[in-house]
Design a protein around this ligand. Structure first.
Ligand code: NAD
Length: 260
């Protein structure tokens, strides 16, 4: 058993730019020898994903649109992947969205529309994709899903609000999906990442204060990097983690254990 992902194919969803956690995961998977397929949500992101994919040495030329709010796009995207490669071994789901207005102030101000939007993109999408992968028998040799969560799904974190509720839903989905897919040799896990300065994080009000708090209080006294999350993703995708499913691993400098 080792960490090599040589000869295996992974779909990385949610690279927006070089700061994206998905890009950290892509680089770690690439370093472990994996072949990568990228998906992006909006057309305007396509160019940036292509440019980044070209910086990797191997053939990572399959780059497809998959707006996760559309069942049709999910079906078209994964059918195309089936057509191109036949079998995949894992998916890194690094997709989330909530309205900026609902990532500040009190959670009480949440709207029905904003609540459903955050749930749809940030939580339901994992189940929709898992269902499609199962129907298409894309992980015929067994496989593994990872998704990205945050401590705000377990505890009340200032300004995280509607996204915290979506992450709680995502983490519960991980458990139910793990239970359903285990019999097919498919594992489902989440990584609860510490705060990282990305495009999405900019939407969370007063994000700099959260970063400062982690630097000051976390056991490791530093913020999380996309590389740390990426390397944990390699472990979870590898055979070394073959006994782990339905789990939520914190990669947050240990901040989640602090109660003061
Ligand atoms: P990011 O902005 O780089 O990535 C978010 C991605 O979601 C983007 O690529 C965006 O295009 C995609 N997306 C949004 N709506 C979509 C849709 N309808 N269809 C398809 N894709 C869509 O930011 P990030 O911080 O790298 O976020 C990746 C994941 O990590 C998210 O789930 C986020 O909640 C999670 N996370 C982030 C942090 C952090 O501090 N940055 C911490 C813990 C967890």
């Amino acid at each position: 058993m080792n960490f090599s992902l040589q000869g295996k194919t992974y779909v990385v969803m949610g690279v927006a730019n070089k700061r994206s956690i998905a890009w950290g995961i892509a680089r770690s998977l690439h370093a472990a020898g994996a072949r990568l397929i990228f998906t992006y949500g909006r057309e305007r992101t396509e160019k940036s994903v292509k440019q980044l994919a070209e910086t990797l040495e191997t053939d990572n030329s399959i780059i497809l649109q998959c707006d996760v709010t559309s069942d049709e796009q999910i079906h078209t995207c994964f059918s195309k992947i089936k057509e191109e490669v036949g079998t995949i071994h894992g998916i890194a789901h690094c997709v989330a969205f909530a309205n900026k207005e609902e990532l500040s102030g009190e959670y009480l101000n949440v709207t029905r529309e904003g609540f459903l939007l955050a749930q749809n993109i940030s939580a339901y999408s994992l189940s929709a994709i898992a269902k499609e992968v199962k129907n298409l028998e894309l992980m015929a040799e067994g496989g593994s899903f990872i998704t990205l969560s945050y401590l705000g799904g377990e505890r009340v974190m200032t300004n995280y609000n509607v996204m915290g509720v979506a992450k709680a839903s995502l983490e519960a989905s991980v458990k139910y999906l793990a239970s359903n897919l285990g019999k097919y040799g498919i594992r489902v896990n989440s990584i609860s990442a510490g705060p990282i300065r990305t495009l999405s994080a900019k939407g969370v009000s007063d994000f700099n204060t959260i970063l400062k708090e982690v630097e000051e209080k976390s056991p490791l006294r530093r913020c999380t990097t996309p590389e740390e999350v990426g390397d944990t993703a390699v472990f979870l995708f590898s055979d070394m983690a073959r006994g782990i499913t339905g789990e939520n691993i914190h990669v947050d400098s240990g901040y989640h254990v602090i109660g003061y």
